[in-house]
Design a protein around this ligand. Structure first.
Ligand SMILES: *[C@@H]1O[C@H](CO)[C@@H](O)[C@H](O)[C@H]1NC(C)=O
Ligand SMILES: *[C@@H]1O[C@H](CO)[C@@H](O)[C@H](O)[C@H]1NC(C)=O
Ligand SMILES: *[C@@H]1O[C@H](CO)[C@@H](O)[C@H](O)[C@H]1NC(C)=O
Length: 937
């Protein structure tokens, strides 16, 4: 009978059942008592000993998860850490999440007992009462939001740095249907990501099993802060009683589903096989549920005769719970075909879907989602990470806004470590840039995912009674590079002496963003594949009006040619793709020009050099997951035999020979102002080959200017990726190549390296290997009496040797630009604000190292302007705009062997509404002297 009081507080349905339950329970108990008192043997047809427990169980089958009715009367949070002092955050500009994410309150937030107690005006009484132990935090007028909530993470399960013993705990390969597995069971508490993600404002993550299975297992919600107990269990937020024991109203559970390519690949099946696996599993769960319901209908009427045991099966228990509507089904699912399949499944077996994750085609089929059982699923997506496999090929940056326009809930997610969840807010910023309304963009990483997790009664909002998970930001949260100045989880400040960068004034208000209505419409019209090929202007003369600044590339990097004072209007006249005049309208525009010219109003915009992408296989592949869309793999001379026809190890591959033009990522890069790319042959081992510099906007290799420089540099990589022989073996091979070049193709090019004609570009992360390369460079230079041009790329640990790298005259392409300890050899990162004052980039620049920015995956090429702007912000005033632009343009070319002095015809990119360093601008044209034309985009 003890359980009764607890069940009292269930949702609405419980009231109706309560009376019945008391009546039945009392009758059952009396029966049991009277039987045993008379000392009679237990009659099979009468109520069993545990009858009341069974009846309670039967009644509870109908309860839906909900917080206890007295939840907001809690005196402190169940996650309260004793000893935590109350906190008053003063002078905040608070995005509360209320009113559809439109409510902003200026004032304070009072945290106590792990709970937000008061918001806005903090009462005198409170202040007086807590005066003695109150910790005050002055937000100085800054923006404050609820903690970031990540609806899709593998943090802890796919932990970083990746080590075989502890990183692969997110995918079981033991079958397509594994609803009995729990992500909690693999949660590594030593993942380096916890601290880093907290530093990005992430407070809560749903840790899901991987996507190798149709049903991968149960997901668990954790808060990221360290706990005194140090255990995975102590990280859990409202864990289900089925898992951790205890009782009360049922709590939400989570079940990972995955359709399409991943489970089909792992189990060598097809989409048809995966669907059957689901239907078989759900049919089994439904059988058990029906048997339970039949059993209960008799048990509740006390018809025990021949009833036997309550039917249940520990393996299928969680899937039965799914059919009872107590489990949030989180479904990894990309294409229209997959979404349609799962919606059919949900209707056949009558269970709702909480969210479709990845869902790259959801924006094309909103009506399919609206047909799902119960309610339309939310859609959890990346902002611009697409095209890595067929399923993701039609992904669109406009999906968030289109989904919102269709009244579907939008969540931005990390899939950590696929994207580093430290920058989950960046996903929301991009969604906002491409048209998701401000209120929904902030909600997409706070209140919306909190609701989809079933936890919005305590996280995702800044309201009295909610958990004290609060982030103070150094700028408007949707401004590029927004960084926490403090993060509270359960009322506990997470950052010790955080480093705060002062952001420009314009970063403190809602960022201006361009209009992309036309592009968003085209995305739907063309089913995700709108034409991207650039078109040239019809006129020979183009007049750019309202130009605020002009930057041009030169031998000494980027120079500022023009900067207009506020209120003045400047023009740039371009004739046949060449700048003819820069200045005031009256001095540049004759009557004839005025008549002939096509005018493009830049609305206070800017001209700057085309950016240059490096680091991904851009130009060598359309879809990474599809070998038939790529140049393909190359032989590694350090590994198994290279075919004889290639002269065994004599061969050296030219990336130029594998170029594929017109890929969507190339064209999107071009349309985002990244007009060139330098790509090396796709390297999985030691020697890569010869890089090439090419135009991202060209249609084919024979077009004028399609290849900018046939051979740029010799690329190798040294490290542990690809399972190559030891680092020392790789160094030995490189030493041999440079000191004793063989008489062969590879020898010919390594001689050019030692003569200093072309650079040697080495991909490397570990500081130890970088140190060895510095010594090797000296050794070779001494032996050959010539200066060797060396550039290192990757370089997660280069900041540790900044002075030595500068002294050795080695250039650095930092890649990834924002560091992450993905593997052991890249673990000693300099994380940057708020964890450290300096970033790796700023440190290298301070030592006068020539620095360029790289990207890792080709979809990211389009975001290079954001990367440049972000790096400049974090350099905190130590570099000017021209130097910042050089990081993504002239420096990259110089470091990778492009002869910038012979490049007499650099392209300029016209941005409307701002310059390259803010998120307000939009690329509208590319001026190409080489082609003698202007492309309008
Ligand atoms: C919430 O905000 C969005 C975007 O600003 C708007 O389209 C939608 O109608 C709002 N919903 C409600 C219920 O007010
Ligand atoms: C995380 O940060 C805390 C201090 O904020 C520190 O004590 C702890 O060692 C850090 N953990 C890791 C793995 O860096
Ligand atoms: C970097 O260059 C500047 C300007 O040439 C010079 O003043 C400064 O001392 C140099 N810094 C280092 C660490 O060499």
């Amino acid at each position: 009978m003890k359980g009764l009081a607890m069940y009292d507080t269930y949702g609405k349905r419980s009231k109706a059942f309560k009376f019945l339950w008391i009546a039945l329970g009392v009758v059952g108990t009396l029966l049991v008592v009277s039987q045993t008192q008379h000392g009679l043997p237990w009659p099979r047809r009468r109520a069993p000993l545990h009858a009341s427990a069974i009846q309670a169980k039967c009644l509870a089958n109908d309860f839906q998860p909900a917080p206890p009715a007295d939840f907001y009367k809690r005196s402190h949070s169940d996650r309260f850490a004793p000893g935590t002092k109350p906190v008053l955050i003063k002078n905040a500009r608070i995005w509360t999440g209320a009113h559809n994410g439109t409510e902003i309150i200026k004032g304070g937030i009072f945290l106590d007992g792990g709970i937000i107690r008061e918001v806005g005006h903090i009462s005198r009484g409170t202040l007086d009462k807590f005066r003695h132990k109150l910790v005050e935090y002055d937000a100085e007028g800054r923006w404050v939001t609820p903690g970031i909530v990540d609806l899709h993470s593998h943090i802890g399960d796919a932990s970083s740095p990746e080590l075989e013993g502890a990183s692969g705990d997110d995918n079981s390969l033991n079958g397509p249907i594994l609803p009995w597995l729990r992500s909690l069971d693999g949660l590594n508490t030593h993942d380096d990501s916890y601290n880093l993600s907290i530093a990005g404002g992430v407070t809560t993550s749903l840790v899901l099993p991987g996507s190798a299975n149709a049903i991968g297992g149960q997901g668990f919600v954790i808060k990221l802060r360290r706990t005194a107990e140090r255990s995975p269990t102590s990280l859990l937020l409202e864990p289900p009683f089925e898992v951790v024991g205890g009782h009360g109203p049922p709590r939400w559970r989570h079940m990972k589903h995955a359709c399409g390519e991943n489970p089909a690949r792992v189990y060598r099946g097809t989409r048809m096989d995966t669907m059957w696996a689901w239907r078989e599993a759900y049919a089994k769960a439904r059988q058990i549920k029906q048997a339970q319901d039949a059993y209960c209908s008799r048990a509740l009427r006390n018809k025990w005769e021949g009833l036997g045991e309550y039917p249940e099966d520990i393996q299928w228990e969680a899937l039965v719970a799914t059919l009872r509507g107590r489990v949030k089904v989180q479904t990894h699912c990309y294409e229209a075909v997959d979404l349609d399949d799962i919606v059919r499944l949900s209707n056949e077996f009558e269970f709702p879907i909480a969210a479709f994750h990845h869902a790259s085609e959801a924006y094309l089929v909103p009506d399919v989602l609206k047909r799902a059982y119960g309610h339309p699923p939310a859609v959890a997506i990346f902002a611009t990470n697409s095209r890595y496999k067929r399923e993701a090929y039609r992904g669109s940056e406009f999906a968030p806004r289109i989904l919102a326009e269709n009244n579907l809930q939008v969540v931005m997610k990390s899939d950590h470590p696929v994207l580093n969840s430290r920058y989950l807010l960046y996903e929301a910023q991009q969604a906002f840039y491409y048209g998701l309304p401000e209120n929904l963009a902030i909600a997409s990483v706070t209140s919306t995912p909190a609701g989809i997790m079933g936890l919005d009664h305590r996280i995702g909002y800044i309201k009295g009674g909610w958990d004290a998970d609060v982030v103070v930001w150094d700028s408007h949260p949707l401004a590029l590079g927004a960084t926490p100045t403090q993060v509270f989880i359960d009322g506990i400040a997470q950052l010790n002496s955080p480093h705060v960068v002062e952001k420009p004034k314009s970063f403190h208000t809602t960022p201006k963003v361009p209009n992309f209505d036309k592009e968003a419409k085209a995305a739907v019209k063309y089913e995700g594949l709108p034409p991207l090929e650039p078109k040239s202007t019809s006129s020979r003369v183009v007049l750019f009006a309202n130009v605020n600044s002009v930057y041009i590339p030169g031998e000494e990097g980027v120079q500022e040619l023009l900067r207009i004072k506020e209120g003045q209007e400047s023009v740039v006249v371009v004739e046949e793709g060449k700048i003819a005049c820069v200045g005031m309208y009256v001095s540049c525009v004759s009557a004839q020009i005025a008549e002939e010219a096509e005018t493009i109003d830049l609305k206070g915009g800017s001209l700057s050099p085309g950016l240059v992408s490096f680091g991904s296989p851009l130009g060598l592949v359309h879809i990474e997951g599809e070998i038939s869309t790529a140049d393909g793999y190359i032989y590694d001379p350090l590994e198994a035999p290279v075919p004889k026809i290639l002269g065994s190890d004599a061969v050296l591959v030219h990336a130029a020979d594998g170029l594929e033009y017109g890929s969507r990522d190339s064209l999107l890069a071009y349309r985002s102002g990244v007009t060139k790319a330098i790509t090396a042959p796709l390297n999985l081992g030691f020697v890569s080959g010869l890089g090439v510099s090419f135009s991202t906007g060209a249609a084919h290799r024979l077009e004028e200017g399609a290849v900018i420089q046939e051979v740029t540099a010799l690329h190798v990589s040294i490290g542990h990726t690809g399972g190559t022989p030891s680092v020392s073996t790789q160094i030995a091979a490189l030493r041999l190549l440079l000191l004793n070049p063989p008489k062969s193709e590879i020898g010919k090019w390594s001689e050019k390296v030692t003569q200093g004609t072309i650079p040697l570009v080495v991909e490397v992360h570990s500081a130890d290997i970088i140190a060895t390369l510095i010594l090797l460079k000296k050794e070779v230079e001494a032996a050959k009496s010539a200066d060797l041009k060396m550039t290192i790329t990757g370089t997660s640990e280069a900041h540790m040797l900044a002075a030595e790298i500068a002294h050795a005259d080695i250039g650095v392409i930092v890649n990834p630009v924002r560091p992450f300890p993905a593997v052991w050899e890249s673990r000693r990162i300099l994380p940057g604000p708020p964890l450290t004052r300096d970033t790796a980039i700023a440190t290298l620049l301070k030592h006068n190292v020539t620095v360029g920015l790289g990207i890792q995956e080709k979809w990211d090429a389009r975001n290079l302007a954001f990367d440049v702007a972000w790096a400049a912000l974090e350099a905190d005033g130590s570099i000017d705009k021209a130097q910042a632009i050089a990081l993504g343009s002239t420096n990259v070319e110089k470091l990778l062997g492009v002869d910038v002095t012979t490049e007499r015809a650099p392209e300029l990119v016209a941005r409307q509404g701002g310059d390259l360093l803010d998120m307000a601008s939009k690329v509208v044209a590319v001026i190409s002297p080489r082609k003698g034309l202007v492309h309008v985009l």
